[in-house]
Design a binder for this molecule. Structure first.
Ligand SMILES: C[S@@+](CC[C@H](N)C(=O)[O-])C[C@H]1O[C@@H](n2cnc3c(N)ncnc32)[C@H](O)[C@@H]1O
Length: 196
């Protein structure tokens, strides 16, 4: 049986309307950390005009591959291995990158690599859209996200909810600008970054 994520199932329908206005004229989307691939399969079915490229760490590729094979969509190719901390990114240029619930899982060093990697590879005007819980420019977290952050750090001291201020320090000098912070259910946000 393939892995299943309740969060991914719930998020896919609320996130897509946020992505859609930014998909105009986009032919290809790269998803980083596709996880169970439930979201990308749904997005690809809704938008057959876009090629949706799933990616993740090598260990997750077999079950992503299985879900994508089941979906049998012409615009959903086989997943590729992508560890954002490495050099083996898909060939530039990237038009649009999406990632969900990944930045609080990976280390801060990997978050910085993800931002740098996108800044270097996105076309001018291209978007990076990031879904998840965030500290918004140093503002205090709500109680549920404080508890979630504590839980993450107990499990893995390198993980934790990220601050947009620290992310901007990495991304903005490279021309990747934080344009919007869109509030989502359950104290999550979609951060919209655009390459200058
Ligand atoms: C909580 S899961 C989220 C999965 C999916 N995006 C979702 O929203 O359901 C976090 C994902 O981040 C991926 N990940 C962690 N570190 C990574 C890295 N260095 N490079 C790429 N992906 C990474 C994990 O393999 C996992 O698939």
């Amino acid at each position: 049986m393939q892995p299943y994520s309740q969060a991914a199932e719930e998020n896919k329908t609320v996130v897509l309307p946020v992505l859609e206005p930014r998909l105009k004229g986009v032919d290809q989307v790269l998803e980083i950390g596709s996880g169970t691939a439930e979201q990308i399969v749904y997005f690809a079915a809704q938008h057959p005009e876009v090629r949706w490229q799933a990616s993740d760490l090598a260990a997750n590729i077999p079950h992503i591959q299985a879900r994508i094979a089941d979906a049998a969509l012409a615009n959903l190719p086989d997943p590729v291995i992508l560890d954002v901390s490495g050099d083996a990114w898909p060939s530039p240029p990237l038009q649009f990158v999406y990632t969900s619930n990944t930045l609080h899982i990976m280390s801060w060093q990997a978050v910085a690599c993800l931002l740098r990697g996108c800044a270097e590879r996105l076309v001018a005007g291209g978007h990076l859209c990031v879904y998840g819980p965030f500290i918004l420019d140093g503002a205090p977290l709500c109680d549920s996200n404080i508890a979630f952050d504590q839980h993450l750090r107990e499990r893995d001291p390198l993980s934790g909810i990220r601050d947009t201020a620290a992310m901007r320090e990495v991304a903005e000098p490279l021309g990747l600008l934080l344009q919007e912070q869109i509030a989502m259910p359950h104290n999550n946000h979609v951060l919209i970054w655009q390459k200058r």
